[in-house]
Ligand binder design. Structure first.
Ligand code: G3P
Length: 242
């Protein structure tokens, strides 16, 4: 199973910061998972919550801040004083570093057309601008979302890009989820894994990556269902399990 460091290795460093992404490399993760949103002035930044209260020394809706305003805030000290001074990364800053690593990448687009219209095109444009010649955008990167129209939009921009359908309940009809979105992967919560539907996906050529695997029970469920990958806050934890 491939192991993606969830929001970077967020068990060990402030989530979705460059410190967390570097930690993923130290933990020998196979890949990084992160979340992309747009600022008030349309810049792409990496942050999970729609507000900045939990992960910075600021307060309010992220979409109400310009990039310059967000860059004055501390996104590390809430986790530990050791990380004071970490700033919110732009997607472009992250991606420039990412292409120098051997890691896989899962980009989660935060949901909602009203808030983030056009975010798919901006992500694809930045990736193509910053990927060096020969970089394999089509096999190293998955773009995922709980907002499934975003996945359709990505495929319209470039059908070769890989996409993943995030969902939070037991799938009723796995193949129709795939047909509706044209996605290459299913990304279920581990609670809803079972061998039958994972096998159905695999037989249809669809990969399965499960979130968020932090406890032994979750890891066992993922292994039994034979998923292809997991997202974990503790990407170095799993080889030690019996
Ligand atoms: O992308 C997998 C996982 O990160 C989805 O859950 O809540 O972290 O966006 P969440």
């Amino acid at each position: 199973m491939l192991i993606y460091a969830h929001r970077g290795a967020r068990g060990y460093a402030p989530e979705n910061t460059m410190a967390a992404f570097r930690m993923a490399l130290e933990c020998r993760a196979d890949g990084i998972e992160l979340d992309v949103q747009a600022t008030k002035d349309g810049e792409l930044v990496i942050c999970h919550d729609h507000t900045i209260d939990r992960t910075s020394n600021g307060s309010g809706w992220l979409r109400n801040f310009t990039l310059a305003e967000l860059k004055t805030l501390d996104f590390g000290a809430w986790f530990s004083p050791r990380f004071a001074g970490e700033t919110i990364p732009t997607f472009a800053e992250f991606f420039s570093w990412y292409v120098t690593t051997p890691l896989l990448l899962n980009i989660e687009i935060k949901n909602g057309p009203a808030v983030y219209g056009g975010i798919e095109e901006k992500i694809v444009t930045i990736m193509k601008r910053l990927a060096p010649p020969g970089f394999d955008l089509y096999n190293r990167i998955i773009i995922s979302s709980f907002y499934h129209p975003s996945l359709v939009a990505v495929k319209k921009l470039d059908n070769r890009l890989k996409t993943g359908v995030l969902f939070e309940s037991r799938p009723v009809d796995v193949l129709s989820l795939i047909r509706q979105t044209g996605a290459d992967y299913l990304h279920p919560h581990w609670h809803y894994l079972d061998c039958d539907w994972v096998a159905t996906a695999h037989n249809a050529g669809i990969g399965v990556n499960s979130y968020t695997v932090n406890e032994a029970a979750a890891f066992t469920a993922a292994r039994q269902a034979q998923v292809d990958g997991i997202f974990s806050d503790y990407p170095d934890r799993w080889p030690d399990l019996p």
